[in-house]
Design a protein around this ligand. Structure first.
Ligand SMILES: NC(=O)c1ccc[n+]([C@@H]2O[C@H](COP(=O)([O-])OP(=O)(O)OC[C@H]3O[C@@H](n4cnc5c(N)ncnc54)[C@H](O)[C@@H]3O)[C@@H](O)[C@H]2O)c1
Length: 391
C-alpha cells in the first residue's frame, strides 16, 4: 500500500518570493510529499492573505511561532513532517531552533545562519535531538554532481592538486537594491544577510561543491572581498585562495558583478592523473580529461560501469531515479532529488531507524556550519589584507 505523503510547512515564501517556488514544485515532484501549511510573511495580515491566494489549499498561519506550536501538537499524519525555511538569512536560526526543539525536522536555506555562534548552536541541537536537518545546497542534487563526487573521491583522476570552484553572477553589477528588487535589498544589508553578501550568498555554494565533490576541507585561506558598487556595505566580489586538507590548493571564488554570467557555478578538479569539469548551467554531463587520451563526456542516463575508466559504480548512485537521457534534467530536478533524499531520512526518523546523515545526499547542519566558518574566516583574512588564516 502506498505510504501517506509527508506534510511540509513553509516558513517564508509569500509576496513575490523567489526560492520558495522551485522548492514547492520539488516537494510535489514525486507525489510523496506535499505542502500543507505556511507562515508566508512577517506581516500577519499579508501572511494570511498570501496563504488564501496560494495555488492550492494550504492552512495559513500569521507567524511561524504559531505554525511550529500548533503543527507539532497535532497527531502524526495530521501535522507537518518537516519544515522548509525559505526566509532571508537572519530569519533562519530562530525558526530552525524552534522546530528542532519541537521535534520537527528542518530543511533550511543556505547560508545556515548569520553568525557562527548560531550555526554552532544548531549543530549541537541537531546532535542532541538526533533529528534530520538539511541545508539547501541545490547543486548537490544534480545526478552528475553525485557522479563527480564518486569519480574524484574514488581516485580515478588521481590525487587532487588544484580545484577551481566558482559561482559567477552579474545581477548586482548595478544598484539593483534601489530598483525594487526585494531579493537584492536584504542581500546587501549586513543585518539581514550576515557578514558577507557575495561570499555568504553564493561563495558558500562554491565551497560546498568543492567539499562535496572532493571530500577535502579547506584548512587555511587567504581572502580578498571587494565591493565594486559604490555605497554598499558588503562585498559583491569574493575571492579565496585555499590550502586543502590533502595539501592541494584551491580557488573558491564568487562574483555578483560579472555581467554576462547568470548562475555560472562550476568546478574543475585537476588531479595527478586527469581533470574533471562540471558546470551547473549544463548539468546533464561532465567531462573527464586524461593525459594523452581523448576526452570523455559522461551524460546522465548513459553511464555504464567498467567502461575502461569507471570501475564499479555505487548501487545507490545507479538506483537514483532519473528520466531517460536526452530529456534534460535541471534546477527543479536537483531540488527534487534533495527533498526525495530528505524525505527518506524523515521517514526513517519517524520509524526510529534514522542514523545521522553523512552528507552524501544533501548538505547537513555541519556542512552549513562549515559554510559560515568559511565566510567568517574569509572576512577576517580580507580585513588583514589577505593574511593567511587557519580554518
Ligand atoms: N539554494 C539556492 O539555490 C538559493 C537560491 C536563492 C536563495 N536562496 C536562499 O533562500 C533564502 C530566501 O531567498 P529568496 O531569494 O527566496 O528571498 P525572498 O526575499 O525572495 O523571499 C524571502 C521570503 O521570506 C519571507 N519572510 C521574511 N521574514 C519572514 C518572517 N519573519 N516570517 C515569515 N516569512 C518571512 C518574505 O516575506 C519572503 O516571502 C535566503 O536565505 C537565500 O540565501 C537559496
Amino acid at each position: 500500500m502506498a505510504q501517506r505523503p509527508l506534510n511540509v510547512g513553509l516558513i517564508g515564501g509569500g509576496g513575490g518570493a523567489f526560492i520558495v517556488q522551485p522548492h514547492q514544485k520539488a516537494i510535489h515532484f514525486d507525489g510523496t510529499r506535499r505542502v500543507t501549511c505556511a507562515a508566508l510573511h512577517p506581516d500577519p495580515a499579508i501572511a494570511m492573505q498570501e496563504a488564501e491566494n496560494w495555488a492550492y489549499p494550504i492552512q495559513g498561519y500569521t507567524n511561524y511561532n504559531d505554525l511550529i506550536a500548533q503543527e507539532s501538537a497535532k497527531p502524526r499524519g495530521e501535522g507537518i513532517d518537516y519544515a522548509l525555511i525559505v526566509t532571508p538569512n537572519h530569519v533562519h536560526f530562530d525558526p530552525a531552533m524552534k522546530c528542532i526543539q519541537a521535534g520537527i525536522p528542518v530543511f533550511c536555506e543556505k547560508p545556515l545562519t548569520v553568525t557562527l555562534d548560531e550555526a554552532a548552536q544548531l549543530v549541537e541541537a541537531v546532535k542532541a535531538k538526533r533529528i534530520p536537518f538539511g541545508v539547501s545546497h541545490t547543486y548537490l542534487g544534480h545526478w552528475t554532481s553525485r557522479l563527480a563526487r564518486h569519480i574524484v573521491r574514488s581516485g580515478l583522476i588521481g590525487d587532487v592538486r588544484w580545484v577551481d570552484s566558482y559561482y559567477l553572477q552579474g545581477w548586482l553589477a548595478g544598484r539593483t537594491e534601489d530598483q525594487g528588487s526585494m531579493q537584492a535589498e536584504w542581500r546587501v544589508d549586513p543585518k539581514r544577510a550576515g557578514k558577507s553578501c557575495c561570499g555568504g550568498d553564493i561563495g558558500t555554494h562554491a565551497l560546498m561543491q568543492l567539499r562535496f565533490v572532493t571530500g577535502l576541507d579547506v584548512v587555511k585561506l587567504s581572502a580578498q572581498l571587494e565591493t565594486f558598487v559604490a555605497g554598499r556595505q558588503l562585498d559583491d566580489h569574493f575571492t579565496v585562495y585555499c590550502q586543502l586538507s590533502n595539501g592541494g590548493r584551491a580557488l573558491v571564488r564568487a562574483s555578483q558583478i560579472a555581467i554576462g554570467h547568470k548562475n555560472d557555478l562550476g568546478i574543475e578538479v585537476n588531479g595527478t592523473k586527469g581533470t574533471l569539469r562540471w558546470v551547473q548551467e549544463e548539468p546533464e554531463s561532465l567531462t573527464i580529461h586524461l593525459k594523452g587520451q581523448p576526452d570523455r563526456v559522461y551524460w546522465r542516463g548513459e553511464v555504464q560501469p567498467n567502461d575502461g575508466f569507471l570501475g564499479d559504480l555505487p548501487a545507490d548512485l545507479m538506483a537514483e531515479p532519473t528520466i531517460p537521457s536526452g530529456h534534460p534534467e535541471a534546477f527543479h530536478d536537483a531540488f527534487a532529488r534533495l527533498h526525495r533524499c530528505f524525505e527518506a531520512d524523515v521517514r526513517a526518523y519517524q520509524a526510529g531507524t534514522y542514523t545521522e546523515a553523512d552528507g552524501s545526499k544533501y548538505a547537513t547542519v555541519a556542512d552549513g556550519h562549515m559554510g559560515i566558518l568559511f565566510v567568517e574566516k574569509s572576512v577576517e583574512s580580507a580585513s588583514k589584507a589577505g593574511a593567511w588564516v587557519d580554518m
